[in-house]
Design a binder for this molecule. Sequence first.
Ligand SMILES: [Zn+2]
Length: 308
Amino acid sequence: MSRSVRLGMFFPWEDAFLVCFVLILALPNTEAWSKEGHVMTCKIAQALLEPQAAEVVRNLLPDYSNGDLSALCTWPDQIRHWHKYQWTSSLHFIDTPDKACTYDYSRDCHDSHGLKGMCVAGAIQNFTTQLSHYKHGSSDRRYNMTEALLFLSHFMGDIHQPLHVGFTSDEGGNTVDLRWFKHKSNLHHVWDREIILTAAAELYGKDMDLLQKHIQKNLTHGTWSDDMSLWKDCDDLFACPNKYAAESINLACKWGYKDVSPGATLSDKYFNSRMPIVTKRIAQGGVRLSMILNRVLGNHNQDILVPA
Ligand SMILES: [Zn+2]
């Protein structure tokens, strides 16, 4: 399907944005689903913003966030079940055919009714496009732009979580019940949260900030400093989310589903081998989110996102 047709399907989304925005953002955090991963992704991204993009992000954030993007990066999870925002619930993930271990936009990026573009890769394309109009927009579009920023920031986290691009029949591992060390969990939740919490508890004295700083140090002075430019490499902002989704289903097959059967107990062996993948994906999500924001909100000449 041509890009212009896909984009044409996105524009009606903009109409669904305005109502209740301030009210919703003012509510306390009532749901912590995979909160830690999103917070780290957004902190990494914000630290890598160039001055002009950083200023736009600060301007778009509500005052009570004190300029901290990470404080609102879980907002799309908090509102996804609200009637007004139910249309966004399919935008957090991609279901791919069982055992195929591949991702194909035209085959896989749709909601349960088959509506094209309604998946996490399509959402990133849509909200990136919306933000790219910021420089030409008027102030009455501010709330749209704030929502676009928060959705984009959240979905860049989701698309890097390997089990958010998982098999259809087990809902990305959600129906694979198992034990994580001694307590009940499921495979999706292991990748959303358990590995991060266990890493913080076992290796960083339960201090999530220390884990976050360790990831950031690996980016600036350590293991990943040479990889950053490769991660950021993206000729076509519209096509890159498909690359990120393909990476995720590949990792889901190689590491997520591998050697896991329902009812299994996952412990040290699984944790030790998968933890480096989780931290790397959080870092990649942050680096790439900053790349997108710098290009659409910064000084760059970004002209590839205008629909044909
Ligand atoms: Zn999500």
